[in-house]
Design a protein around this ligand. Sequence first.
Ligand SMILES: Nc1ncnc2c1ncn2[C@@H]1O[C@H](COP(=O)(O)OP(=O)(O)OP(=O)(O)O)[C@@H](O)[C@H]1O
Ligand SMILES: [Mg+2]
Length: 147
Amino acid sequence: MKTRIVRSGSPAETRAIARRLAQRLDAGAVVALFGPLGAGKTEFVRGAALGLGVSDVVRSPGYTLINEYRGRVPVFHVDFYRIRSESQMATLGLEEYLERGGVLFIEWAERGEGILPESAIRVRFSPGERENERIIEIAPDPWAEGE
Ligand SMILES: Nc1ncnc2c1ncn2[C@@H]1O[C@H](COP(=O)(O)OP(=O)(O)OP(=O)(O)O)[C@@H](O)[C@H]1O
Ligand SMILES: [Mg+2]
């Protein structure tokens, strides 16, 4: 499996990368986002949602735990930061959302590694050398040919 490594120099660039990735997503896709507080996970979901045709403003999921947006496919956004255990995650019924032909974004995926489908696209953020720089590793590489 190939990993694509991209460097982002600004929040807008992170959104643009995500927007391009979104064009490659099929219904039922799960995008798992890893990285610390302020890494850029929500910025990434904003860009991806735009790429999926969502016109609403994307905000971090709050008490509802899962946000839903209407795009060319339904877009679901969950943040595992607020969820205490993998058994609580299991009660969210994420499969049922996917069965509706949507795309699911999961922030703080490290907290729920055990329930991620094998097919999930894993996006890992790490800080770059400069303040607004982020290194973003995407696996499998959504832009790889013939895979
Ligand atoms: N290259 C970059 N990509 C994304 N965000 C950046 C970048 N450079 C600076 N930032 C800033 O970093 C912050 C990222 O916030 P964001 O809410 O996306 O992080 P997060 O990973 O979702 O954090 P949390 O774990 O709290 O949910 C924003 O304030 C954004 O302006
Ligand atoms: Mg966030």
